[in-house]
Design a protein around this ligand. Structure first.
Ligand code: UD1
Length: 417
């Protein structure tokens, strides 16, 4: 299995282009199942999860292909209504096949996604909402078997928690339902707005995406589209923190600063110099940083997907700080690994108490999940000496051209077989 080797201690300098958002591209690619016309999706990152999704679309009955940053999806054959374990186990976002297939075929059987390294991650919110749209559900043989014999019927849905995936799944179903669907307590993440914009360009009638109430008026059919995916805000935040942790000076290109307002504010408060332009961010270390507490929450609050990277930064920031995880119940797998670099961290319930140390020293470490992996890369870039990071297939799920981008910024980083 591949590993990443980093010799830390170098200040990062230069420019880095931020890729398209994985978490936007995934539901948008699944949206192509809603039409029989061609769809062209651009600014798609070349990542393992994207390739899994493309394989999924081909399995369902499309002809989909990624070429550079563009995915072309063409109609091919009648749809298959079964999403098998082999595809679903690779990527939890596979459950997003439910919405489009229920809308098109009135039935879908999806293998249960099972547990996950960052908590139980059930799909009860998705299923409860589908029931409201007229879907009958039973679980047998490890599959959720769903059918809507009378078609999908618009309904009022109130989420107990603003789940990103459930908001997307219901939007993907309700666009072709009979009548109006109103989702209250919907997720407000930028990826939801991007999906709504894409669906509207296909002829859907969605309003309110990006707010907590989304209204969807069902239409008969949808047409093809050409859509550009928004920049990846989590990748952007990771590179901002990379500049901070290596005392660097870098420019992020093709980025959307307003999507990471909270991260920019926190980094500025910590003492970093940050200048924003329309689609660029200049970030420069100018003085020792001051510790900042964070608490993860739904958008526009501090994203859980940046919690691990922030913890790595605070681990080398002089003073005490706290990081509280409110979104997932078990997202601290990176803590024992960060301690291997010499970080002083203690988990207390949903909080990590951090005492910043002067320096970290390189160590062999292991990645448990995507963002934990990003935190280990950041710690390795800051640490003295060599670090060897194992199980990097998690990183390949979410960071496009990771070594290439960091190398371009002056890091001593390589992948070994
Ligand atoms: C998406 C993102 C992921 C991010 C997360 C939270 C994608 C592909 N992934 O994941 O990177 O970390 O949003 O911003 O976009 N929950 C339930 N029942 C459900 C659904 C969710 O209890 O039916 C819980 C989860 O266990 C978790 C919380 O709700 O504790 C948030 O989950 P959700 O917003 O659904 O995250 P995902 O869509 O899975």
């Amino acid at each position: 299995m591949d590993k990443i080797v980093i010799n830390g201690g170098r200040k990062l300098k230069g420019k880095v282009k931020i890729s398209g958002a994985k978490n936007s591209a995934l539901p948008i690619l699944f949206a192509s199942l809603l039409t029989d016309e061609p769809c062209i999706i651009t600014n798609v990152p070349n990542l393992a999860d994207i390739n899994t999704t493309i394989a999924f679309l081909n399995f369902i009955g499309k002809k989909a292909q990624l070429n550079k940053d563009t995915v072309k999806i063409l109609p091919f054959k009648n749809y298959n209504h079964i999403a098998p374990y082999d595809l679903v186990r690779k990527m939890r976002a596979s459950v997003l096949v439910m919405g489009p297939l229920l809308a098109r075929l009135k039935k879908v059987d999806v293998s249960l996604p099972g547990g996950c390294a960052i908590g139980a991650r059930p799909i009860d919110i998705h299923l409860e909402a589908f029931k409201k749209l007229g879907v009958k559900i039973k679980v047998s043989g490890g599959y959720v078997k769903m059918s809507a014999p009378n078609g999908l019927i618009g309904a009022k849905i109130n989420f107990r928690f603003p789940s990103v995936g459930a908001t997307e799944n219901i939007m993907l179903a309700a666009v072709l339902a009979k009548g109006k669907t109103i989702i209250s307590n919907a997720a407000k993440e930028p990826e939801i707005e991007d999906l709504a914009n894409c669906l509207n360009s296909m002829g859907a009638k969605i309003s309110g995406a990006g707010t907590k109430t989304i209204t969807i008026t069902g239409v008969e059919t949808l047409k093809g589209t050409r859509h550009k995916v928004i920049p990846d805000r989590i990748e952007a935040a990771t590179y901002l923190i990379a500049a901070a942790i290596t005392k660097g000076d870098i420019c992020l290109e093709s980025v959307c600063p307003k999507h990471i307002k909270i991260i920019i504010e926190k980094l500025k408060k910590a003492g970093l110099s940050i200048k924003e332009e329309k689609d660029k961010i200049y970030v420069k270390w100018v003085k020792d940083l001051k510790p900042q507490n964070i608490s993860t929450d739904v958008y526009p609050k501090f994203p859980t997907d940046v919690q691990a990277q922030w913890t790595a930064l605070m681990a080398v920031t002089n003073g005490k700080s706290g990081v509280k995880e409110n979104v997932f119940e078990n997202r601290f797998m990176h803590i024992p690994e960060l301690k291997r670099f010499g970080a002083d961290l203690a988990i207390n319930g949903r909080t990590v108490n951090i005492k910043g140390v002067k320096e970290l020293s390189g160590a062999p470490v292991m990645v448990s999940d995507l963002r934990a992996g990003a935190a280990l890369v950041l710690a390795s870039l800051a640490a003295n000496g060599e670090s060897i990071i194992a199980r990097i297939y998690h990183l390949d799920r979410g960071y496009e051209f990771l070594e290439k981008k960091f190398k371009q910024l002056g890091a001593d980083i390589k992948r070994i077989k």
